[in-house]
Ligand binder design. Sequence first.
Ligand SMILES: C[S@@+](CC[C@H](N)C(=O)[O-])C[C@H]1O[C@@H](n2cnc3c(N)ncnc32)[C@H](O)[C@@H]1O
Length: 211
Amino acid sequence: MDDKIRTFIENLLPAENEIEQELRNYAKEYHVPILRRDAAAFLRTIVSIKKPMRILEVGTAIGYSALIMSHAAPLSHIDTVEIDMDSVVLARQNIKKAGKENQIRVIAGDGNEVLAALTKPYDMIFMDAAKGQYVYLYDDVLRLLKEGGLLLCDNCIFYGKVLDKPEETNHKHRTIVTNMRAFLERMMADRRLEASLLDVGDGMAVACKKF
Ligand SMILES: C[S@@+](CC[C@H](N)C(=O)[O-])C[C@H]1O[C@@H](n2cnc3c(N)ncnc32)[C@H](O)[C@@H]1O
């Protein structure tokens, strides 16, 4: 999205609550890649509309987006998966500080292994982990999503890098671009889904599982 448009939109958004501001400041200082403000607002809106009872998030970081969802759907239960142990510890502290430890469960582990072991379905799944992993998580995500369930995936445009052909991408990002393209092609063409890709945050895919 054009920076001028993003700034315009972000300036219209009301201030976040105290803990969200605290986490955003922390993320800025320590370079933790949490949701951009426009994407956070979108997440808040869509969770408020859908009011999912069971939410799965892959990629907790410090707990910012999980807390947003917990406020937008106060009756929901949220399982959020994080591979990095330092982040797991921080997220649990932040969630406790917000008084949401009974609503949000942080599961430590690699999303690929954790999801493969989960069996109880979810009303919503939010993918916000390593961009190159989405394609590997896809089958389990679809298996775990209820009929009528909502799938959201951030970072699908990868700062615009996904627009370049993999062979024209610098070596460091080539695998991520190749995998993200494979994921997007698969998801957008999947007949079980009604999917679209939005220029929100770093590229937000939104889909409903029809059957
Ligand atoms: C973009 S950040 C998540 C930001 C968070 N959702 C937010 O907006 O507050 C991505 C997180 O995914 C985690 N991650 C990366 N690969 C993962 C995997 N295979 N399984 C679980 N977590 C993973 C990273 O350690 C990082 O904390």
